[in-house]
Design a protein around this ligand. Structure first.
Ligand code: NAD
Ligand code: WQD
Length: 344
């Protein structure tokens, strides 16, 4: 028997597609809405190949409130929403701030507005470790200070968290779980779904795998003069399937009335900081494939080091990241090989 219907916005995207798989495997019915601005409909086939179940798919824009009204009309009984739909390129957000504010905030506000009248009980929101900026201390807890955002993208996450808090407090009768992801990496072990960067990747792992396969000549390591043991930046790289599983637990908690507060916030990370150089070494060790790389200057705006204290999620959600970095790197490589076979 189905555990209920969940609307996954941005569900053909990287994290959304992995979460759709985990939700289906946990017994939920999944309805995906995506405008395909940063993904494509083949992802629906990938989800079906893994789970044997084809999720419902609506191609529409979440900033279009009438399209959302139609969706709720056509798919009655949605119990929860997981809101992944957002634009996420930090650099692009500096060039097009209004587009980022409009897309990310109108999407969230439209969903919130339609929840009570459609009987939707709760919303899980994709936030980010970007809200902590350059932390004074590591690892960061959910109570670490929120720093002034350094990009419109980062600011949309801070403002979104505030919008959710204000709306829930207004007596709207809904609950929310805010999940602050650290650096999601890797792909589904089946290599049926994974990250599909648009153009030249800005993020480390897609650039690394594209270099390993020969699409890019060399990976640039942005700086080795940071105050870290090997001089390169430190991040908390979290496996995307582990991350996806946390959403299932969060939805279950929210819908079963076990939340201790109407808005709960959790860091989703491994608790282990890995440097850029250590990540490259892990990839080479796990796959046996060499990654040509060179040290270049620092990238403007980069955080020196940030990693999570995930104890709150470990204790309260009963969720823990379990994948090893070697497994995660192997999954990223298998996905890159799969894309190569498809000629992408
Ligand atoms: P993604 O770009 O792969 O997925 C987002 C999906 O949303 C895409 O398929 C895109 O087409 C869709 N979308 C965007 N605007 C839309 C709109 N107005 N209506 C309908 N669909 C729309 O990104 P992702 O990495 O899967 O990220 C998912 C969420 O997690 C985002 O909110 C992102 O900000 C957040 N997040 C991502 C990371 C990361 O490093 N990947 C880290 C922290 C937080
Ligand atoms: C990781 C490290 C780079 C590329 C971004 C967003 C953040 C969050 C996660 C959404 C850094 C280094 C990278 C390369 C390199 N997203 N690097 N060579 O910057 O931690 O975070 O994604 O919320 O908001 O800012 O991720 O993968 O870009 O970089 O040396 O070609 O890898 O300098 O130290 P980042 P990233």
């Amino acid at each position: 028997m189905s555990k209920g219907k969940i609307l996954v916005t941005g569900g053909t995207g990287y994290i959304g597609s992995h979460t759709a798989v985990e939700l289906q495997q946990a017994g939920y019915d999944v309805v995906i809405i995506d405008n395909l601005s940063n993904s494509n409909r083949d992802v629906i086939d990938g989800i079906e190949r893994i789970t044997g179940i084809r999720p419902s798919f609506v191609e529409a824009d979440c900033t279009d409130i009438n399209a959302l009204r139609k969706l709720f009309e056509a798919h009655k009984g949605i119990r929860g929403i997981i809101n992944f739909a957002a634009s996420k390129a930090v650099g692009e957000s500096i060039e097009k701030p209004l587009f980022y504010y409009r897309n990310n905030l109108n999407t969230l506000m439209n969903l919130l507005e339609l929840m009570p009248e459609n009987g939707v009980e709760g919303i899980v929101f994709s936030s980010s470790c970007t809200v902590y900026g350059e932390p004074d201390e590591n690892p960061v807890t959910e109570n670490s200070p929120i720093k002034e955002a350094t990009s419109p993208y980062g600011n949309t996450k801070q403002i979104s968290e505030e919008i959710i808090r204000d709306y829930v407090r207004s007596g709207a009768g809904i609950k929310s779980v805010i999940l602050r992801y650290f650096n999601p990496v890797g792909a589904h072990p089946s290599a049926e779904i994974g990250e599909l960067p648009n153009g030249v990747p800005q993020n480390l792992v897609p650039y690394l795998t594209q270099t390993a396969i020969g699409i890019r000549k060399e990976l640039s390591v942005f700086g080795d003069d940071y105050s870290t043991p090997d001089g390169s930046c430190i991040r908390d790289f979290i496996n995307v399937v582990d991350l996806a599983k946390a959403h299932v637990v969060a939805v279950e908690r929210m819908l079963s009335g076990r939340s201790q507060e109407d808005v709960e916030i959790f860091n989703l990370g491994t608790g282990v900081g890995l440097s850029v150089k250590e990540l490259i070494a892990a990839f080479e060790r796990a796959t046996g494939v060499k990654v040509p790389h060179k040290i270049v200057g620092r990238r403007a705006g980069d955080i020196e080091k940030v990693w999570a204290n995930p104890e709150r999620a470990n204790k309260i959600l009963g969720w823990k990241a379990t994948a090893t970095i070697d497994d995660t790197m192997r999954s990223a490589w298998a996905w890159q090989l799969h894309l190569h076979d498809l000629g992408k």
